[in-house]
Design a protein around this ligand. Structure first.
Ligand SMILES: [Zn+2]
Length: 175
């Protein structure tokens, strides 16, 4: 007779924040809750349709060893005005440069509202337009910043002392 696996404790949720990517013909309007963008080298795993982290030293990085393409990605803890939730917005180097330019003399991204749009086709670039510059008088109303690394470490499974317990189907595929 088969023994079924039971678990009366509700399993942990997946990554703390939803990782949001702007796909073709999509736009997302966000207010940044983070002070800075968090940048990471990642590998694009074609077979598994997902990003995976590039690890140090690169000689022992699984992505480097499999010769997977290397991509830099920026992640920003944000409030999504369309979905009405907090997320981790993933951006390309081009989008990250536009965000930094948009910031002008402001030192922190917190409170900057932008609309990020992608055109038609898989190769279309992200474009960033500023909706509202940070207003120092309103910053205290924004939710506290979450560390992007906490979500990413769960997503990428490198939080060894706290391994991910969510099924891989929960991971968000990249475009
Ligand atoms: Zn690597």
């Amino acid at each position: 007779m088969l023994t079924v696996r039971r678990c009366d404790d509700v399993p942990d949720a997946g990554p703390e924040l939803d990782v949001r990517r702007v796909g073709p013909m999509m736009s997302v309007t966000v207010t940044f809750l983070c002070i800075h963008l968090r940048g990471f080298w990642t590998h694009w795993n074609e077979g598994r349709h997902r990003t995976q982290p590039c690890t140090d030293p690169v000689e022992s990085c699984a992505g480097h060893r499999s010769k997977l393409p290397l991509r830099w990605k920026a992640y920003a803890h944000s409030y999504d005005h369309d979905q009405h939730d907090q997320c981790l917005l993933e951006m390309t180097p081009g989008a990250a440069r536009q965000v930094k330019r948009a910031l002008q003399a402001h030192e922190s991204l917190r409170g900057l509202r932008v609309k990020v749009t992608r055109g038609k086709g898989p190769k279309a670039r992200l474009s960033v337009s500023v909706q509202k510059l940070p207003d120092p008088r309103e910053l205290h109303k924004l939710p506290a910043e979450h560390d992007a690394l906490i979500t990413l470490s769960k997503l990428w499974g490198f939080a060894l002392e706290n391994p991910p317990e969510f099924p891989e189907a929960d991971l968000i595929p990249t475009e």
